[in-house]
Design a protein around this ligand. Structure first.
Ligand SMILES: [Zn+2]
Length: 335
């Protein structure tokens, strides 16, 4: 064990004490796409004690160019990312307690993880990111934000009570509307973002809070630009998430939608109020082209590939129209 982490403990910023703190720490990684994969692998190799990784999607061939935990076999079998990540991470470091959760990041899920030491952002959408922002503020947990698209990325560490939250700096966060679908993305932009995030996580876990980066860092690996923007002055005393009388608006039930267009996927996710059991689906969808693995079921309906999960969620492919996806779902599966 000593040998395993010897190079990391030799690094003065961590040392044996920092390593012991890292080993007893617990973290939550939100999303197991490109950023989540890269951060999870670094932190599991670094010996973080307990790691939970949550993702709602499954592996596809277009992920393999940058999502480092997954293989062709995972894409072939349409393995849920959380399950494939858990398996791979356990192979990397069996001494880490690793749990993959197939599902959504909801306020309820975050509440059951309100004891973790840090939450890491590996998400592809702002709606969920803001849910985490509020949950992290409420529980007083540091939240390491990161995002990337094309050849650029950014990262910022939210420290509850000390630094402005994402809600405060929202108007200043660059990049509007571009996704990996429209603009594409290259691996180095992912790796750099995950590295900036992971360095901050190691500082937090090792007790080196004084080393945390001050401000929001942005970079473009293609255009060779890097800059850090100070954000301290953006902290709002009346912020609904981190101000004097917080109401955590993003944890409200009404702030969550039933349908969501997935970034870069030409896919709409439906989260039904009441979900239909797989046994029933096997009967009602028997006359359609049905495929199943232990985690999900896939069926072809009117030219749309529809993937159904045990938690009730459905992904309707080949559309970006929530209303069309919902109507297809209601006609074949249930309301
Ligand atoms: Zn705020």
């Amino acid at each position: 064990m000593n040998e395993r982490y010897s190079r990391q403990t030799r690094f003065p910023g961590i040392g044996p004490d920092g390593q012991a703190r890292i080993a007893s720490a617990e973290i939550l990684i939100a999303g197991a796409g490109a950023l989540g994969s890269a951060a999870a692998e670094m932190l599991v190799r670094a010996g973080v004690g307990t790691v939970t990784i949550v993702d709602r999607d499954y592996v596809e061939f277009s992920n393999l160019q940058r999502q480092q935990l997954y293989t062709e076999a995972d894409a072939e079998a349409r393995m849920p990312k959380a399950a494939a990540a858990e398996k791979r991470l356990k192979e990397i470091n069996s001494s880490v307690e690793i749990t993959g959760i197939i599902g959504e990041i909801t306020p309820e899920l975050l509440e059951s993880y309100d004891h973790v030491d840090v939450i890491i952002d590996g998400l592809d959408n702002f709606e969920t990111r803001m849910v985490i922002n509020d949950a992290a503020q409420k529980a007083g947990i540091p939240f390491v934000y990161g995002a990337c698209v094309s050849s650029y990325g950014l990262s910022y560490t939210v420290l509850p009570g000390k630094k402005p939250c994402l809600q405060c700096i929202l108007g200043t966060v660059p990049g509007g509307g571009e996704t990996c679908d429209t603009a594409g993305i290259i691996g180095p932009a992912v790796q750099l973002t995950a590295s900036y995030q992971t360095a901050e996580v190691l500082k937090l876990l090792a007790g080196a809070e004084d080393q945390l980066r001050n401000g929001l860092i942005q970079y473009d690996v293609w255009a060779n630009e890097t800059r850090t923007m100070g954000v301290d002055r953006l902290k709002r005393h009346d912020c609904p998430s981190c101000g004097e009388n917080p109401v955590y608006p993003n944890l409200e039930r009404g702030a969550r939608t039933q349908t969501a267009v997935l970034c870069g996927r030409d896919t709409v996710q439906i989260r039904p109020a009441k979900h239909v059991a797989f046994e029933e689906l096997r009967r009602t969808l028997a006359s359609y082209e049905l495929q199943e693995n232990p985690y999900l079921m896939q069926v072809k309906l009117e030219g749309h590939r529809v993937v159904l999960f045990h938690d009730g969620r459905a992904l309707v492919h080949n559309t970006q129209e929530p209303s069309a996806a919902l109507s297809l779902y209601q006609r074949y599966i249930g309301s």
